[in-house]
Ligand binder design. Structure first.
Ligand code: CTP
Length: 405
């Protein structure tokens, strides 16, 4: 997503460096537009290095590309942080005497501002009335927080923390198209016990499933996240008031939890890597060399959970499956055969959408990035995405929303 970050002249500008970092790390293209005053607090090289884009304050550069309006037209979101009392007044009046001013007038994108100033300036009727006007025009205001201000004063006027601005900015651009929908997502990988200390497992980290749950919750859904053996670190990202996490271990437990969640859900996504087989017997005690050499383990087949969910589905419920396939480079099949195999899998399971995910030793499972194609029930590719797992999640929910319209 194309994001413009306007930085105006306040000491809090140093915190905006971290905000830009959060945005670029989340995969967004960020153009920073500082005011001349802002550059007295944080210099131009810092903004260029952190955003990885050229930075200017001037409307007279790149005139051929009509830069003074082009940035605003191309922006999908504009954030102003810190927003000084002066900038807030200029925004309210529609003044365009620098690049940030022209950009703000030329954009139709959502605008989020994070005010920062002394408490007296914030409380002044002029500022309060400007803020009310901006709010009326749809500008979202984050903060200011109450706390210590420059010069040792304290009160309302401190810029909100970068994480809070980041969350508010993302909320401004995520559609509420899953508002009130109930969703069940499975994530992670099952572990089938062999004895009290060993199991048969797989390399799924649960990152894609967690990204699906978070994206759905941010788009307004109530989510049950059935989490199979997901590490603390990965699961920490799923802390959201609309996500309920149900921890599970083996496939049978995951199946039971998903059946329960699916009975109430409008959409179900099976992102978990489920073991197809489990040991026929689980030893009550740890197997040791003394109990005899173990050269083979007898396996029995696990139920196909997603196929069962399809069989018992509620009217109108959308069911999404995943297919992890190894392409030719990973010792698997060529692309045409990979897609044919995925189409057969979709027919066999009866899912509405099948997310085809190329995996290998170096991709898919533990990586932060992912690449998928989404097959519709007719076997046609109805969507695709490559990038962060969050971007992939976005494409999957877009496809689900389209199906339910
Ligand atoms: N799945 C399931 N129950 C199983 C195995 C898989 O619900 N016992 C689900 C997965 O969560 C995923 C989809 O089925 O959404 C496809 O998983 P995958 O392992 O690719 O398919 P398999 O049926 O195991 O086919 P194969 O191993 O032959 O590729």
């Amino acid at each position: 997503m194309n994001i413009v970050v306007g930085v105006t002249g306040g000491i809090a500008a140093y915190k905006t460096v971290h905000l830009v970092r959060l945005l670029t790390k989340a995969g967004h293209e960020v153009t920073v537009i500082p005011t001349e005053d802002a550059l007295r607090f944080v210099g131009l090289p810092t903004w260029e290095a952190i955003s990885r884009h050229p930075v200017t304050t001037s409307v007279h550069e790149d005139v051929a590309k009509v830069r003074h309006v082009a940035l605003g037209q191309a922006a999908e979101l504009v954030i102003v942080a810190p927003a000084t009392a002066n900038t807030i007044a200029k925004m309210t009046a529609g003044l365009a005497d620098d690049l940030l001013g022209t950009t703000l007038l030329a954009t139709v994108a959502p605008v989020v501002i994070a005010p920062a100033m002394h408490a007296e300036m914030w409380q002044h009727p002029a500022t309060q009335s400007n803020i009310a006007t901006l709010r009326e025009r749809g500008v979202r205001i984050v903060g200011p927080a109450d706390g210590e201000l420059a010069g040792g004063d304290s009160g309302p006027g401190r810029m909100s923390e970068p994480e809070e601005i980041f969350a508010a900015a993302l909320a401004a651009i995520t559609p509420g198209d899953l508002d009130g929908r109930r969703i069940a997502v499975s994530a992670g990988g099952t572990r089938e016990p062999i004895d009290p200390v060993r199991y048969l497992g797989n390399r799924s980290s649960g990152r894609q499933g967690v990204a699906l749950a978070v994206e759905a919750a941010e788009r307004g859904a109530e989510v049950v996240l059935v989490a199979a053996n997901i590490s603390h670190d990965v699961l920490a990202a799923a802390q959201h008031p609309r996500i309920r996490v149900v921890g599970v271990g083996a496939a049978a437990e995951l199946g039971a939890a998903m059946r329960e969640a699916a009975a109430e859900a409008d959409a179900v996504v099976m992102a978990a890597a489920v073991a197809d087989y489990r040991p026929a017997e689980v030893a009550a005690h740890k197997l040791t060399k003394e109990s005899g050499p173990l050269t083979s383990i007898e396996l029995v087949e696990n139920e196909d959970i997603v196929a069962g969910l399809v069989r018992d589905r509620r009217a109108g419920q959308v069911i999404v499956g995943f297919a992890a396939e190894t392409p030719v480079a990973g010792g698997g099949v060529d692309d045409a055969e990979l897609m044919e195999r995925a189409r057969r899998k979709q027919q066999r399971k009866g899912v509405d959408l099948l997310v085809v995910n190329e995996v290998g030793w170096d991709r898919g499972f533990e990586a932060a990035e992912n690449a998928v194609r989404i097959l519709g029930s007719g076997g046609a590719v109805v969507g695709s995405a490559a990038g962060s797992k969050r971007e992939v999640a976005r494409a999957i929910w877009d496809a689900v929303v389209k199906l339910s319209q």
